[in-house]
Write a protein that binds this ligand. Sequence first.
Ligand SMILES: Nc1ncnc2c1ncn2[C@@H]1O[C@H](COP(=O)(O)OP(=O)(O)OP(=O)(O)O)[C@@H](O)[C@H]1O
Length: 688
Amino acid sequence: QWAGMLLLKCSSCGGLPEVWAFHLMKWMLLHAVASVLADGKLQSVLCRFTALLCLLPPVFETGRIIVAPPLEPYSGPSPNLSMLLLGATSSLLACVIWENWLSRNTKDNKLDTKQILLRVLTYFKPDRLYLIAAFGFLILGVVCDTYIPLYQGQVIDVISGQKLQTGFGDAIGRLVVISVGSALFSGMRGGIFMCTLARLNKRLKHLLFQSLLKQEVHFFEENNPGRLSSRLHSDVDRMGRTVALNANVAVRSTVKTVLMLRVMLGLSWELTLLTCIEMPLLAIIQNKYINLSKELKEQTQECHAQNKDLASQTVGGIQTIRSFNTEKDELRRYHVALDELLAIRRRSGIFSAVYLLIRRMVSLGIKMVMLIQARSLISSGRLSIGSLLSFFLYQKPMSANLREIMYCYGETMSTVGVISKVLSYVDRTPKCKKEGGLAPEKLEGRIVFQNVTFSYPSAAADKPALKSVSLEVQPGKVTALVGLSGSGKSSCVSLLKRLYEPQEGLILLDGEPLHHYNQKYFHRKVALVSQNPVLFSGSLRYNIEYGLKDCSIEKVKEVAKKIDAHDFISEMEDGYDTDVGESGGKLAGGQKQCIAIIRALIREPRVIILDEATSRLDVNAEQAVLKEVLARGRTVLIVAHQLRIAENADHIVMLQDGSVQEEGTHEELMRKKGCYYRLKEELFSESG
Ligand SMILES: Nc1ncnc2c1ncn2[C@@H]1O[C@H](COP(=O)(O)OP(=O)(O)OP(=O)(O)O)[C@@H](O)[C@H]1O
């Protein structure tokens, strides 16, 4: 290239056509080399780069001659090192920007990010008036801030005697007004932004919690409580904070930058251009860093949620841990989890250090080029030393502003992953059948399982928990579901309570599929009491009335008396207002079961399912409960291991490995001697 240029310079016929001819030849040559050496995507990138590299200089020369014809006869491009470097740098820069941000293959990705951010902005809609006010104050504050140095300069001019002493009052007055304005507007902006952010947080948390509550049971099996609570609290907080605060800083810095640019362009457009070149260069480096750190941030988030879950599980199960003396094992488990988090954070730290180093080096390089350019400007008389000093005084805050804008961009981009996770939960459609509207006044309570096959979503499809189960629960009668552990009793109950949907077959209540019923009505009419009932922190009364709007204390007491629970409740510290503690931790197992039975009975259900619900009650309490449950002609489904309870049933269904093994009345089963003895042996041996 050098040789060619020197040749052209030496020849007497140096002119624009020669320049074009030379660069076209250079282009063809480089294009051919690129086509031979590379293929695929690299080849097309190289071809685009060579086109830019070779065609940019003749275009520039042509433009220069058209805009300002040279005084001396044009003698072709001189082998000027700075021009060569400028051409190569700008081609490289343009190419990198195009390939990284503007070409079509990254468009979809960008669009996603853009859509996600726009979506977050729509959540600010109810606060738009607050936001307009906040941004208004922000701009006013920035304008005041920008003029403070100017008025300070004027005051100093007056003090130093360069201006009339009579103007001192005016100058001080203006400075005071602008400083008070700046403080006032900044304060107002900050306050309004904080309020808006708090409102946004509340709205987002409400939305997310609402969506979570609608999800099917399997969703909660897949996503553990620690992870969900982390999304609900830290991630939503982070999401609102990042978007709102970064928008705040970005607008402030942009307004400041525009105002400063105006002044700097007036001083020297060449140096301003060089200052601006720093921005895309740093943006490219930052983009690479963001992509890497985005992944690491997601890993940190995930690891953090797991650690939180592990810690809360350990603290929650401290009694079991103590009784098995496994404190050291738990500590080791937590230590391993912490090590994982540490490794991710260490990697993140290394990336950050390397990024900082590269960024500083690039800034330093640009500064060197600027000094060389400034030297040539001063020597050609196009820039005074005073102007250069002013320029540098503006340049530092200007670079800081640009860095702030890029930092905000980076921060926002790295939060996109977190935001999209939160939004994916908000948008998630629960995999449940649509609720019906059936709510008949009279319900008989006949339940029929028709060839029901079901496997848990997390289990293998070829290992169903229920295989073509067909059974009938007669209205007004007691049906017992018995079988060994793992035979599918609880699965039947879960399907009956619509916690899961069967893959095949139908479950009918009074001849109608369960999903045809209105869910509020259905769950009031079909009540379940399980072996380990879940109570919420609050009073006993709150737990009994849970979800009921119109329930008097008299009614609560009436039901409690019927199952002989009133006495023990009255003896408690605050009677029905006694706090049960977290998850009912202050109550004994049997007391918890009593509360759960009262909670079910107070709803006056037509069908009641007792899933080993009386296992922790003493014999008298158990009898009282069974008497009350069997009263009023309710349909009762008892899930039991114990033959003693099954003996009271009108109909017994025996399950084995997810299928109905035998069924009939107690007498019928007794007649089938083998079956009876097997059942008796198995059930008694299991219950000890
Ligand atoms: N949440 C679940 N995810 C995957 N598989 C499950 C789940 N719950 C139960 N199973 C499996 O389904 C089968 C039936 O379990 P189920 O709980 O219905 O039995 P069960 O008769 O109620 O036992 P138990 O009397 O011990 O409660 C078992 O093989 C069990 O491993």
